[in-house]
Design a protein around this ligand. Structure first.
Ligand code: G3P
Ligand code: MG
Length: 232
């Protein structure tokens, strides 16, 4: 099973910050998942629509400029990164799973992906864009047919993974509280990778391994790697 650092190595470092991203790279993860929100003039790596929980700022991310947001403390004196900083730090060392949250002006986002591919800061194989908003994914797939998409769900739809196949997704990312064997089997039959979030407990890792899950998002990537190595 692959190990994706959820919001970076967020169990030990402030989520979605440089230290969490660097720690994940040092651990040698299979990928790093981060959350992307639109600010007024840039894309920021932050989970919530509001600045309040993870920074010293208050208010909606989308109402501030990037420069303004970067004045706030995102934990341990760190700043909220921009999407471009993430590409620069990663420098194509591992896969980046960009989860689109309240993200708009997708044309600018698509152009930024193309620019980073052209500059060799990321390869297409190392990019995976996911969202709970499947309309965003459908739009992006039209605009960038080469882009790998991860269809997010926190439910077991009536037709299981059919929606992800319809999106021409690469993978399906499902909440550990809803996953079951029937869903995994259906997704795999449709040629989709199955990744599960957010998985930190050894008992869950064992269960997902038994289901045939391809990868997990974890806040503790080093420990999770160790647990996976010991699976029966
Ligand atoms: O991308 C997987 C997972 O991160 C989705 O939920 O709320 O942690 O972004 P959340
Ligand atoms: Mg996320």
């Amino acid at each position: 099973m692959k190990v994706f650092a959820h919001r970076g190595a967020s169990g030990h470092f402030p989520e979605n910050t440089q230290s969490a991203i660097m720690a994940a790279l040092n651990i040698g993860v299979d990928g790093i998942e981060v959350d992307v929100q639109s600010a007024l003039d840039d894309y920021m790596i932050i989970h919530d629509t509001w600045l309040d929980r993870t920074t010293t700022g208050k208010g909606k991310v989308c109402l501030f400029t990037a420069a303004h947001i970067m004045q706030f403390d995102a934990g341990n004196g760190e700043k909220v990164p921009t999407l471009q900083q993430l590409f620069n730090w990663n420098n194509n060392q591992t896969l980046l799973n960009l989860e689109l949250k309240h993200t708009f002006q997708l044309e600018n986002f698509a152009a930024q992906l193309e620019q980073n591919i052209a500059n060799k800061l990321i390869t297409a194989d190392n990019l995976l864009v996911s969202s709970f908003d499947h309309h965003q994914l459908a739009w992006l797939k039209q605009r960038l047919p080469w882009l790998n998409m991860g269809a997010l769900t926190a439910s077991i739809p009536l037709h299981y993974a059919k929606f992800a196949e319809q999106l021409a997704a690469y993978s399906i990312h499902i909440d550990k509280n809803f996953i079951n064997q029937a869903f995994v089997d259906d997704a795999k039959q449709r040629g989709l990778k199955v990744y599960c979030y957010t998985v930190d407990k050894p008992a869950d890792i064992q269960l997902l391994h038994n289901y045939g899950v391809d990868g997990v998002f974890t806040n503790y990537p080093a420990a999770t790697k160790q647990h996976i190595a010991q699976l029966s």
